[in-house]
Ligand binder design. Structure first.
Ligand code: ZN
Length: 379
C-alpha cells in the first residue's frame, strides 16, 4: 500500500488511474475529509476506488469486491490513514454491484458497528444479493428472445452464464439500515452531502454531492477514461395493463442514464470522485464525453434503421445488433452490446422517432417517418 499525498493538478486534484493498493490522502483541497483508496478487482476494469470520509461518523463510500486481495488493500489503506475496519461507523453504497457492496458484510463481521445506506430502489438487491439474482439469467434471456435473438444463441448464452455461477462469489448481501432518495441529506459532524438519484447504470444508483466544494462522488455513473454500461430489466412478471403490445414493465436504463447525465450538466461541479479510472478534474468534459459516446451510437443505429426501413421490413434488436456489431461474438461478448441496442431503441422510441410493433412473440421496430400515413403528400 503506497500512501501518496495529493500532488498538484488543476485544483490540486491528481488525474490518471490510481494503482490498486494505493491511497490518496485529501486529494480535494476544499474537502480534505475525503480520502481515496484503490482496491483490486479481478476484472479488466481495474481497481475500484472507494472513499473514506474522515468525520463523524467515520464513513466509507463503497467497499470493494469480497476477496483476500481486496480486503488486504482495504485494511492497508485504512491503516495508512490511521484507522482500522472496526473504526468505521457507516457505509454508503452508490449501488449494489459486487465491487461496491462486496465487503460491507465482511466489515460487519470484522467488528465494525455499521449503519449501511443505499438508495431505496436497491434495498432488496443489497439485502438479497446473489450472483444468480445479479445475472438475472432467465429474465435477460426472455428479454433477448422478445427482441429476436435466436434460440441457439440464447441456449449458448445460458450455458455460459450458468458457468459463472460456480465461481466463488465476490459479494454477499448485507442489511440496509437507511434507504435514501433523491434530495436527502447525509449529515456528518462538519459537512453534509446531498443524495442525487442517478438511474441508468443501475436502477437505484446514487451520487453524493457537496455543492459548496463542487464535489460529486459518482460511483459508476461517470468514470475516468471509461463510459459505463447501462442496464435494462423487467420489473414485473406480467404484461403491462393497457399496453397493446403486451410488454412486461421494464426499467429502461439508457434513456434514464442520458437524462441523469444531462441533469448534472447544470450543476457547478469542480471535481468528480468516480469508482474507476482515477479522479476527474474536468467534470464538464467527462459528462460531455459520456453523452457523446452514446449519441454517436444512437446516430449510427438510427442511420442503420433508416437504411433497413427503405427495404421495407421492420427490424428486431437482434438484426440491428448484427448490423452494428458484425464482428462481435453474440455469445461471449454480445450481452452488453445487445442490452445497448435495446437501450438505443428505447431512446429512439421515447423521442418519438421509432415505433415498436408485435410480430408474434417478437418485437420489431421501424422509424415513425416510415409510416405510410406520414409519407410526404405528393401535392
Ligand atoms: Zn457498477
Amino acid at each position: 500500500m503506497s500512501h501518496r499525498p495529493a500532488s498538484g493538478g488543476p485544483l490540486g486534484v491528481p488525474e490518471g488511474p490510481l494503482p490498486a493498493g494505493s491511497a490518496l490522502s485529501s486529494p480535494v483541497i476544499d474537502l480534505p475529509q475525503i480520502h481515496a483508496l484503490a482496491l483490486p478487482t479481478p476484472w479488466p476494469v481495474g481497481p475500484v476506488q472507494v472513499y473514506l470520509i474522515e468525520s463523524e461518523p467515520l464513513t466509507l463510500v463503497d467497499t470493494g469486491v469480497r476477496s483476500r486481495d481486496s480486503w488486504d488493500a482495504l485494511v492497508g489503506g485504512l491503516e495508512a490513514l490511521g484507522y482500522a475496519p472496526g473504526d468505521l461507523r457507516r457505509v454508503i453504497l452508490t449501488h449494489y454491484h459486487a465491487d461496491h457492496l462486496g465487503q460491507a458484510e465482511s466489515l460487519r463481521r470484522s467488528g465494525a458497528t455499521l449503519e449501511v445506506l443505499c438508495h431505496e430502489q436497491e434495498v432488496e438487491l443489497v439485502e438479497g444479493f446473489s450472483v444468480e439474482r445479479d445475472e438475472n439469467i432467465e429474465d435477460t434471456l426472455a428479454l433477448f428472445r422478445e427482441h429476436g435473438v435466436p434460440e441457439d444463441v440464447l441456449a449458448a448464452q445460458r450455458r455460459r452464464l450458468l458457468s459463472f455461477l460456480e465461481d466463488d462469489p465476490l459479494c454477499e448481501p448485507t442489511r440496509v439500515d437507511r434507504a435514501v432518495r433523491d434530495g436527502e441529506r447525509v449529515a456528518f459532524k462538519d459537512l453534509e452531502l446531498e443524495v442525487l438519484h442517478a438511474p441508468g447504470h443501475t436502477r437505484g444508483h446514487l451520487l453524493l454531492h457537496h455543492a459548496g466544494a463542487g464535489v460529486l462522488v459518482t460511483g459508476d455513473h461517470v468514470m475516468g477514461e471509461m463510459v459505463p454500461a447501462t442496464t435494462t430489466c423487467y420489473t414485473g412478471p406480467l404484461p403491462e395493463p393497457g399496453d397493446p403490445l403486451r410488454r412486461r414493465p421494464r426499467f429502461r436504463g439508457l434513456p434514464a442514464y442520458l437524462r441523469s447525465l444531462r441533469r448534472l450538466r447544470g450543476s457547478a461541479l469542480r471535481v468528480l470522485l468516480p469508482a474507476h479510472g482515477g479522479l476527474i478534474a474536468h467534470p464538464a468534459r467527462a459528462l460531455d464525453d459520456a453523452l457523446l459516446f452514446y449519441e454517436v451510437r444512437i446516430q449510427r443505429a438510427w442511420r442503420a434503421l433508416l437504411r433497413r426501413a427503405r427495404s421495407g421490413a421492420p427490424v428486431t434488436a437482434w438484426e440491428l445488433f448484427l448490423e452494428l456489431f458484425p464482428r462481435v461474438d453474440p455469445v461471449t461478448q454480445g450481452r452488453n452490446r445487445l442490452l445497448m441496442v435495446i437501450g438505443i431503441l428505447d431512446v429512439l422510441a421515447e423521442e418519438g422517432r421509432l415505433e415498436a410493433l408485435r410480430d408474434g412473440a417478437r418485437l420489431v421496430h421501424r422509424p415513425v417517418a416510415d409510416r405510410p400515413e406520414q409519407a410526404p403528400s405528393p401535392c
